[in-house]
Structure formats: structure tokens, C-alpha cells
Write a protein that binds this ligand. Structure first.
Ligand code: FAD
Ligand code: NAI
Length: 462
């Protein structure tokens, strides 16, 4: 029986980065158990494949919409080959997976390809993909099993052609039309991808606005963009009642403002959230106490040290619910490992940036003026419209803005929201400002290079 200091179950961005830290920084003997591919959802079914598609789609749309205007000829007949695009995406994933495998090797982490199930504190059963079953022992277990698409109990959700993001990323034929149930992050990114490819997109969102967990103005601007640019239909406050088959495709039935609607499309994308992955996490012979590990709406409950209700079992990432983002999972894993081995958790979890890779990009960190108002905070807000930014004009950037919220008395930065080119890169400046307690004046002291998108930040603070 093999013994380890730490066994990590789940090789996504939470699990594999935590494993590396434990081995590299604390010299621990570490095993990583992963039943699918290294890199988890993020690399194989999430962040990286979607952004690879987005990269191509943005180039295509840019050339098609503006080729002639910017002096490029011959763009009339351009198109996108889904086959070539899928091949490129798969090559990217393979390259990055190989990178993680080599990091595992370099850091002497033993990778078990199979399903990990907890028998008890310090005991893990691994059902290897080869069919063999092993038992491993350890001092500590870190659960990083991530999440999977949640499929709401809608009649017809099981029909062929009703897909989750997992299947949507592997399409071999381009649909003519698609209905997206859920106008959250996944729904909006896919709407942007397919809309740019000329697919008729309909979004059906239960809440009264899309990307409802972000600032209102961002949601309103994105809705305008999706409808105006891509001709998408966006229904909010809409309750899906049924999906059924018809001669012309799948019919999604929903009610909106007490009126009934039906929309027919080739495919339906279920993008209604993700559920923490705790299925088959316990072995048949698991101890009773382990089987009763505390869960809250399916998520593993942890304290501020990422300890679960069972001694020496920790959990991080999507499986603990809350913010379901790759960089949050990684940060939690790093902090959990640091605390486990007696060091300080260095990463500030109070400022988690959130990004949406639409065109233009959306990014947010900290609070918005609306939230400040709800919380009774006295703030000032500075806004800069990107239409006056030289780099935006010369690169035919879209309507967009940068908004910064700061404490009225001290000028301390409390948050920023952006909808503009490179917003997902530029937001880090504000994450850092919040973490380092910088003020508006601190940012105004620095020179921003010209011409850049980022000089809009300098303009906003001045
Ligand atoms: P995961 O990445 O889900 O990894 C968990 C791993 O554990 C999986 O590989 C799983 O197979 C494995 N596993 C589960 N159970 C077991 C078991 N019993 N034994 C062994 N292995 C097991 N986030 C961003 O920050 N930016 C983005 O741009 C972004 N885009 C996304 C796009 C899509 C379409 C989706 C679906 C998600 C996206 N996310 C994005 C979210 C991001 O992918 C997740 O937040 C992140 O992957 C969570 O990391 P994790 O390590 O907690 O879990
Ligand atoms: P989400 O929580 O962002 O959005 C789901 C939406 O579906 C919500 O607005 C909800 O109101 C709606 N909904 C739920 N049930 C519905 C129903 N029956 N009918 C109509 N609408 C319904 O979840 P999503 O988009 O599935 O993404 C899951 C997670 O993946 C997100 O929390 C996000 O953190 C992560 N992600 C991050 C990305 C990024 O960082 N760029 C990209 C994609 C996903």
C-alpha cells in the first residue's frame, strides 16, 4: 500500500496547482488522482476551449465586418471551417495538458489515472481507468473534484440536441439556430461565439436580466450588443416550461410576462449553472462519518482554512460552491496548502476578478456604485467612455466604458467594472489596487503608455 503526505483528488486548476505547491514549496510526497484529463474542466471543457474558439471567431468577425475599412482586401469570401477550428482547439488542449503532465513529473507528483473515493480520513480508494483498484494512505486529503453542468428538471431536457457546454464544444456541424437556456456567463459567451458565426441565437433567462450576478449596466450593454450586432433574441424574466421535438427542430416553450412563447431551433444549450461534483466520491466501504461529510446544496462545506467537517480532509475550488472560477480555485488551493503546512495564506480572496470573454470583453472586481448604495457606503464613481480613447478608435473597438468606485473620504479603490477591449487583462490593475489599498490619487500618479487601451484608466482617475 502506497503512502503519501497529501492525496489530491481532482486534477483541475485547483487540484494540480495545490499539488505542485505542496511538492515544490513544502517538499511533500504528493499523489494526484484524476479520472479524466489533467487540467480539469478549465482546460478540457471550459476556459481554454471556449477562448480558443473565441480567438478565431473574433478574427473572423473583425475581418468580415471591417476588412475593407482597414485596408484588407479579399475578405468577402472568408469563412470558418468548424473541422479546422476543432482540430486547432484540440491541439491547444493537448499542448497544455502535456505541459501539466511534465510539471507533475518535474515536481515528483505521482498521478493516478482513475476515480478517487474516500474510504476514511487518510484512506483513498483509486479505481484505475485500467480496471485495477488500489488503496492509498496519506496524512491529508484535498478534494478538488470541481463541478459539472446542472440540468434543470425541464420536460424534454433529455432530448437529443439538448446539449450542455461539454457537448457544445465538440460540435462537428454548424447549427443554423440555437436556443440558450440561461443568460449567465456560459450562455452569453456561447451567444457571442455563435452569433458572430451567423447562427440565429435566442437566450431564455429566468431572471430579469442577463449576467445578473454582475453590475446592471454591464448586463444592459451586453444585451444591446447581442441584439443589435448579432440579431439575437434575448428573453428575460422567462420561465421555460417544456422542450419538445418538431419537424423543424427543437421547440422551447416559455412564458414571459404571462405570455406564452415558442421558439424553434436546431439545438438547445443548457447553461443554467453548474453543480459541485460529489458523485461517487465515497467508496462502498466508506466509514459512516465520512459519508456524512457536511454538504450545503450539494457543495462541500469548508471553514476559512478549507477544512471540511471531517478531520484532515480539505476541499477547494468549484466543489465548495461560491465563486466558480479557475483562478479562484487555484488561489484557494494555494492558500489551503499554505495553511496546511503552517504558512500564511498569502492570496487575498476578497478581490476575485470576474471576466466574460464577449466582444468587447467584460471584467469586474470589487463593488459597483449600485452595490455601494445597497450597502450604504459613501462612494465616488469615475467613468470614462472608451469612444474617446485613441487605441479604441484606431482599432475599431466597440462602445464601452471603464467605471471605478472609490471610498468618498479616503479615495481608496473599492471596485471597477469595464466593458471594453482587453478588459480581462486591464482588470488586474484594480484587483491589485484593492488588495494593496491604493487610492484614486495613487493610480493618477503613474504614467500610462500612449497609445494604449490602458491609458483610459489614467483618464478615468483624473
Ligand atoms: P475542475 O476544473 O472541474 O476539475 C476537477 C477535476 O476533478 C476534473 O478533471 C474531474 O474529472 C476530476 N474529478 C471529479 N471527481 C473525481 C474523482 N472522484 N476522482 C478523480 N477525479 C475526479 N473559469 C474562469 O476562470 N475563466 C473562464 O474563462 C472560464 N470559462 C469557462 C467556460 C466553460 C464552458 C465552463 C464550463 C467553465 C468555465 N470556467 C471558467 C470555470 C472553470 O472551468 C472552473 O471554475 C474551474 O475549472 C474549477 O476548477 P476546479 O479545479 O475546482 O475543478
Ligand atoms: P451562471 O450561474 O452564470 O448562469 C446561469 C443562468 O441560468 C442564471 O442567470 C440563471 O438565472 C439561469 N437559469 C437557471 N435555470 C434556468 C431556467 N430553468 N430557465 C432559464 N434560466 C435559468 O452559470 P453558467 O452560465 O452555467 O456558468 C457556470 C459557471 O461557470 C459560472 O458560475 C462561471 O463562474 C463559470 N464560467 C466562467 C466563465 C468566465 O470566467 N469567463 C465562462 C463560463 C463559465
Amino acid at each position: 500500500m502506497k503512502n503519501y503526505d497529501l492525496i489530491v483528488i481532482g486534477g483541475g486548476p485547483g487540484g494540480y496547482e495545490a499539488a505542485i505547491d505542496a511538492a515544490k514549496l513544502y517538499n511533500k510526497k504528493v499523489a494526484l488522482v484524476e479520472n479524466r484529463e489533467l487540467g480539469g474542466t478549465c482546460l478540457n471543457r471550459g476556459c481554454i476551449p471556449t477562448k480558443t474558439l473565441i480567438h478565431t471567431v473574433e478574427m473572423y468577425r473583425g475581418l468580415k465586418a471591417h476588412g475593407e475599412e482597414i485596408g484588407i482586401t479579399g475578405t468577402d469570401g472568408i469563412g470558418v471551417s468548424l473541422t479546422a477550428l476543432q482540430a486547432r482547439k484540440n491541439a491547444v488542449l493537448e499542448q497544455l495538458r502535456a505541459g501539466i503532465a511534465s510539471l507533475m513529473k518535474v515536481n515528483k507528483i505521482t498521478v493516478y489515472e482513475g476515480r478517487g473515493a474516500i474510504i476514511d480520513s487518510g484512506r483513498v480508494e483509486v479505481s484505475l481507468n485500467s480496471g485495477e483498484v488500489l488503496e492509498l494512505t496519506c496524512d491529508d486529503i484535498l478534494l478538488a473534484t470541481g463541478s459539472a453542468p446542472a440540468v434543470p428538471p425541464i420536460k424534454g431536457a433529455e432530448l437529443e440536441g439538448v446539449l450542455t457546454s461539454d457537448e457544445m464544444l465538440n460540435l462537428s456541424d454548424m447549427p443554423k439556430s440555437i436556443t440558450i437556456i440561461g443568460g449567465g456567463v456560459i450562455g452569453c459567451e456561447f451567444a457571442s461565439i455563435f452569433g458572430a458565426l451567423g447562427v440565429k441565437v435566442t437566450i431564455v433567462e429566468a431572471l430579469d436580466r442577463i449576467i445578473a450576478n454582475l453590475d446592471k449596466e454591464l448586463g444592459q450593454s451586453l444585451k444591446l450588443l447581442l441584439t443589435k450586432r448579432h440579431g439575437a433574441d434575448v428573453h428575460t424574466g422567462a420561465l421555460v416550461t417544456e422542450i419538445r421535438e418538431s419537424e423543424n427542430g427543437l421547440v422551447t416553450c416559455f412564458t414571459e410576462k404571462e405570455q406564452s412563447f415558442e421558439v424553434c431551433s436546431d439545438l438547445v444549450l443548457m447553461a443554467a449553472g453548474r453543480r459541485p461534483e460529489t458523485r461517487r466520491l465515497f467508496a462502498d466501504n466508506s466509514s459512516e462519518s465520512v459519508k456524512c461529510i457536511e454538504l450545503d446544496r450539494g457543495a462541500v462545506v469548508v471553514n476559512e482554512r478549507y477544512e471540511t467537517s471531517i478531520k484532515r480532509i480539505y476541499a477547494i475550488g468549484d466543489v465548495i460552491g461560491g465563486v466558480q472560477l479557475a483562478h479562484a480555485a487555484t488561489a484557494e488551493g494555494r492558500n489551503a496548502v499554505a495553511m496546511l503546512y503552517g504558512a500564511k495564506a498569502e492570496i487575498d480572496m476578497n478581490a476575485v476578478p470576474s471576466c466574460i470573454y464577449t466582444e468587447p470583453e467584460i471584467a469586474s472586481v470589487g463593488i459597483s456604485p449600485d452595490i455601494a448604495k445597497q450597502e450604504g457606503l459613501d462612494v465616488i464613481s469615475k467613468k470614462y467612455t472608451m469612444s474617446a480613447n485613441g487605441k479604441t478608435v484606431l482599432s475599431l473597438g466597440d462602445r464601452g466604458f471603464i467605471r471605478i468606485t472609490a471610498d468618498k473620504e479616503t479615495g481608496r479603490i473599492l471596485g471597477a467594472q469595464m466593458m471594453c477591449e482587453r478588459a480581462t487583462d486591464m482588470i488586474s490593475q484594480f484587483t491589485q489596487a484593492i488588495v494593496c489599498e491604493l487610492t484614486i490619487d495613487d493610480i493618477a500618479k503613474s504614467i500610462f503608455p500612449h497609445p494604449t487601451f490602458s491609458e483610459a484608466i489614467g483618464e478615468a482617475v483624473r
